[in-house]
Write a protein that binds this ligand. Structure first.
Ligand SMILES: NC(=O)c1ccc[n+]([C@@H]2O[C@H](COP(=O)([O-])OP(=O)(O)OC[C@H]3O[C@@H](n4cnc5c(N)ncnc54)[C@H](O)[C@@H]3O)[C@@H](O)[C@H]2O)c1
Length: 323
């Protein structure tokens, strides 16, 4: 079925779930800058109220609570950017029920509410590495086999499948963005996730940084500005579909450490720890589909992004309660 999807009108309303989080707050900033009305729904479980832009309406609520459809109707929301999630892979292993409640049931609630409120488009933030599993092809396209090996990956994939299954009846256009490893300003430097933020925080505080495993595992690191550009392009182009959001550049964790340490002015080598369970050996994305269909190109190369991110960590670590 082909949906006739009108272009978003100037100043239309959008909802960003998880808009007090790392990526969601940047998405909200960009949409406000384009002149749209932005409503942010976030329970602040890992998000920070200070990341919410002053011009946005902020609703502190848990995604799983009823009432989302009423909010979407009240605000006449055109597009939902669904980023709210339990994002910690380790926590998903420790408590898969909670992970599924937020990432599966929460996403089903978004789909249902979007249908009830006549939302035009849902843009879902998914994950590439977590759902592709150990790559069978060195450079993974969107057609790569889906072999999630963590509860988090299973739940993100289930979220994609539920949104897809419910779309025809609910009537929304669906765009799925499968991010590589996103880094940049406002990244959380405290938890286990987001190695660049964690390392920058430790190195700038005079601590050492741990490389899990031999450091030869590889990842695709994409700057948050590129993830934001993918959300904006999905919103404007309205073609729907599933897209990798990555760079196509494979970077080893050892090389990454060199870049992070250089950006932080540190010469000390990393400390090597045991490999993490359930970690892919190699992971790099083919970004060509998003580039062709959404007109994306890489905005921020890794070395440049690293410098900007370390600058942000130097300036904002104290107010984040880091260091
Ligand atoms: N950061 C990455 O590298 C990366 C990679 C792949 C996919 N993603 C996806 O991108 C999205 C955003 O990730 P992020 O890195 O910004 O994480 P984040 O933790 O900074 O943001 C998630 C936000 O969701 C909110 N939230 C969590 N549970 C909620 C609930 N039940 N109700 C309402 N709000 C809730 C949190 O408070 C937080 O503000 C997630 O869906 C994540 O799975 C991120």
């Amino acid at each position: 079925m082909t949906l006739h999807v009108p272009q978003p009108s100037a100043g239309c309303s959008v909802l960003v779930t998880g808009g007090a989080g790392f990526i969601g707050s940047h998405v909200a900033d960009a949409l406000l800058a384009q002149g749209h009305r932005v409503v942010i729904l976030d329970d602040l479980s890992t998000g920070d109220r200070r990341r919410v832009p002053a011009e946005a309406r902020f609703v502190k609520a848990d995604l799983r609570e009823p009432g989302l459809d009423a909010l979407l109707l009240e605000e006449k929301v055109d597009t939902v950017f669904h980023l709210a999630a339990q994002v910690d892979v380790r926590k998903s292993v420790e408590n898969p029920v909670f992970d599924a409640e937020v990432n599966v049931l929460g996403t089903i609630r978004v789909a249902q509410a979007a249908g009830l409120a006549g939302v035009v488009q849902v843009v879902f933030s998914s994950s590439s590495g977590a759902i592709y599993g150990d790559p069978e092809d060195i450079v993974a396209t969107e057609d790569h086999p889906l072999n999630p090996c963590s509860p988090y990956g299973v739940a993100k994939l289930a979220g994609e499948k539920y949104l897809t299954a419910l779309a025809p009846d609910a009537g929304y256009l669906l765009t799925i963005l499968r991010y590589a490893n996103v880094y940049g300003p406002r990244q959380d430097g405290r938890g286990e996730a987001g190695v660049i933020g964690v390392w920058m925080n430790r190195l700038l505080s005079g601590q050492d940084a741990v490389v899990n495993g031999d450091g030869r595992q590889t990842r695709d690191f994409v700057h948050v500005a590129d993830a934001v550009a993918a959300n904006q392009a999905a919103f404007l182009h309205r073609v729907g579909g599933t897209f990798n959001v990555g760079t196509g550049v494979e970077t080893s964790i050892s090389d990454l450490y060199g870049l992070v340490a250089g950006a932080c002015g540190v010469v000390a080598p990393p400390r090597f720890g045991p490999p993490k369970p359930c970690e892919q050996r190699r992971s790099v994305l083919d970004p060509s589909r998003a580039r062709a269909a959404l007109g994306l190109r890489e905005l921020v190369p890794l070395a440049e992004g690293m410098r900007a991110t370390s600058k942000w960590f130097r300036l904002h670590r104290a107010e984040q309660g880091l260091g």
